[in-house]
Design a protein around this ligand. Structure first.
Ligand code: BTN
Length: 280
């Protein structure tokens, strides 16, 4: 509780560059409205701790679904499994508030949206590594951190998108340099960050709409089309302890079905797990 309060207070101190409220649609244009709802309100910051923290504070205050928090850099960017997410300027770091439906498929849908957007805008054949890492070969180009609360007082999910856009792997600490790559590294020129955010949001609105309308099998199907890890040998790190397995399938709730070396079948949920493909 103390922690939450401190985070909220700290968040109040960040310098808001701009809060921009976009177009209003006619109420009868419902489909379009649903798709465009995200990004109607955007809070832009120069530098924050974590956009997810700001978005959570705003969600608790009742800000509407689709509200976006974006920052040029993050001082305390977070990744999955409490890892630090290095977020210098040049990257695309933003979080979106969702309030209509919380589902374990949200992170997978977010990965699908980003992979599709990168493929469409830049013709880079990115793939998905479970649960939602967007990869260019063996190097990570984007990651997603979903945090949610489902209590009688608070019902929201915050989806944080970290896309290595114009921040080069060359500026990363040596030990991480081979783990990530950015769009500008791959393309040899800078990408338009605003366009990338708009297109990512549009794609995510459409994929989230599938969750809201219960078309969950579409998300599972699209995720499977964008991965190359199924039926392949993998190394699973459970609480950082590795074991070998084979990835079998993605379950309807987003769990990864695997078979361990001794033949046992297991369903993995993302909390304490990370995966590596074994190159053969
Ligand atoms: C991961 O791959 O481990 C997830 C990385 C998520 C990073 C994004 S950047 C915007 C948002 N704010 C954060 O602190 N984290 C997410």
């Amino acid at each position: 509780m103390q922690n939450t309060r401190n985070t909220a207070e700290r968040n109040e101190n960040y310098k808001l560059i701009e809060k921009n409220t976009k177009l209003k649609l006619a109420p009868d244009d419902q489909t379009k409205a649903d798709v465009l709802r995200m990004g109607k309100v955007v809070f832009r910051f120069e530098s924050v701790g974590s956009t997810n923290d700001i978005a959570k504070t705003l969600a608790k205050k009742g800000l509407a679904e689709g509200t976006v928090v974006i920052a040029k850099e993050q001082e305390q960017g977070r990744g999955r499994r409490n890892k630090k997410w290095i977020s210098p300027s040049g990257g695309l770091w933003f979080s979106v508030i969702l309030t209509r439906k919380i589902s374990p498929l949200i992170p997978l849908a977010a990965g699908v949206s980003i992979a599709r957007t990168i493929r469409r805008l830049y013709q880079i054949d990115v793939t998905l590594k479970w649960p939602n890492d967007v990869m260019a070969g063996t190097r990570k180009i984007a990651g997603i951190l979903t945090e949610s609360s489902s209590t009688p007082d608070d019902y929201y999910a915050v989806v944080g998108f970290g896309i290595n856009a114009n921040n080069s792997y060359k500026s990363m600490p040596t030990q991480l340099r081979n783990e990530m790559i950015s769009l500008s590294d791959l393309l040899g020129s800078e990408v338009n960050i605003d366009q990338l955010m708009q297109e990512s949001l549009k794609a995510f609105s459409q994929d989230y709409a599938k969750i809201v309308t219960n078309n969950l099998e579409d998300i599972v199907r699209d995720w499977k089309m964008l991965t190359n890890m199924l039926r392949q040998p993998i190394l699973v790190y459970e609480d950082e302890i590795p074991f070998e397995a084979r990835a079998l399938d993605l379950d309807s709730d987003g769990a990864l079905l695997i078979q361990t070396k001794d033949g046992a079948l297991r369903r993995l949920h993302s909390g304490n797990i990370s995966i590596r493909r074994v190159e053969i």
